[in-house]
Design a protein around this ligand. Sequence first.
Ligand code: SF4
Ligand code: SF4
Length: 372
Amino acid sequence: MSAQISAVKCGSYDPDTVGRCVREALDLLGGIKLFVKPGSRVLVKPNLLMSTPPEQAITTHPQVVRSVIRLLKDIGCRVVLGDGPSVWGKYIENVDEVYEATGIKKVALEEGVELVNFDKRRMRDKFPLTVWLDECDCLVNLPKVKTHGLTLMTCAVKNLFGLVSGTYKTELHKNYFKPSEFVKVLVDIYQEAKPVLTIADGVLAMEGDGPGTSGRPRKLGLLFAGSDCTALDAVVAGVMGILPGKVLSINEAVRRGLGEGDLSRIEIKGEDVFNLGIAPFVLPQSSKAVQLPGVIETLAKSLVKYYPYSLPGKCVLCGHCVNICPEKCINLGKRGPVFDYRKCIACFCCQESCPSAAIGLKRSFLAKVIGL
Ligand code: SF4
Ligand code: SF4
C-alpha cells in the first residue's frame, strides 16, 4: 500500500460527536502530531464557497472546523483561519458576510483564533496565492464532499483553489476554461500549497448540480482524513460511485507523481467504506460532457455543450452571476439573466455563484443527439 486514508462514521453535527469522530479519524492515522508540529502556526482552510448556512451543505460545517481547531490548540498550535470565497465588489466586506453566514466567524470568536481574508497575495509558481501560506508554517485543508459541474467532484485538491487571492479566480476560469486545462491549475496549486493534512466533511455531502445552490444535500455520515490529497479524493470518488480514473484532477496528480489514485494501493483505516451499501451519488447534468477525453475535447466542446439558462420565477436579481462571469456575457434583464451564448465558455461559474438556484443547464442539440 502506498497511501493511508482514514474514514469514520459521523452521524450528525452534534459538537461532541464531531469532536470524537475527528479525533478518531486522526488517531487511526497515528495522531495529529504525526502531521502537524506542536507549537507551529497553522493555516486552516475550510471550503467557504459562498454566503449560505451550513445546512445547505455548500460549505464545510463549522463544527468540523471547530473540532480541528481544538485539536490543534491542544498541541499548542496558533491557528489562522480563512478562505477565498467567490465574492467581488467590496471584497473584505463580502468575505466577512460569508464568514458570518457560514458560522465560521462565530467559531473563530469562540475559539479565539485569527480570522483572515485572502486579499493580499504573493506569486507562487504562476499564481497569486494568499500570503498566509507564507506567514504560516503549514496548511490544514478542510474540504466539503460535493459534486461539481466542471470537475465532477470537489474535495481535497479542488478546495485548494480557494487559496487563489481575491477575484483572480475568475481570470483563471477564463484562461483555463477547458476541464482538462483547469485541472492542471488545480494540481499546480496542490503542488505549491502542499497541505500537511486534509480532513474532509462528508457528514452532509452534496449531489446533483453542485457545488452551489443547484446541488442537493445528501446524507453520507462520513469523515475522511489523510495527508495524500489524491488518495483522499480517490477514496471519496469511489464512495460517491465515481471511478477515480474519471476524475481529471486525480489523473493529473497521478501523472505528476503527486499521490496515489489507485484504490487497490490505498489502505483505508476505520470504516470499510465500500461495503456500507452507499448508493451512487447523482452526478451533475454536465458530467458526461466534462469527462470527454482531451483528444476530442477541443473539437467536441464547440458542439457538445451545456448552456446556462434562467429558470423562471427564481431569480432575485442580485447580479452575482453578471459579476462573476469571466467572459462578461450575461446581462441582467427584468426577470433574470440573459446570456450571450456566442461568448459563453461553459465554465458554470454563474450557476455556482447563484444564491437562488436560478440557473439551470441545457444541452446543445448535438449533446442530445449523441446522448450526452
Ligand atoms: S455565462 Fe456562465 S457558464 Fe457562460 S461563461 Fe459566463 S459564467 Fe461561464
Ligand atoms: S440568476 Fe442567480 S445570481 Fe444571477 S441575478 Fe438571478 S439570483 Fe442573482
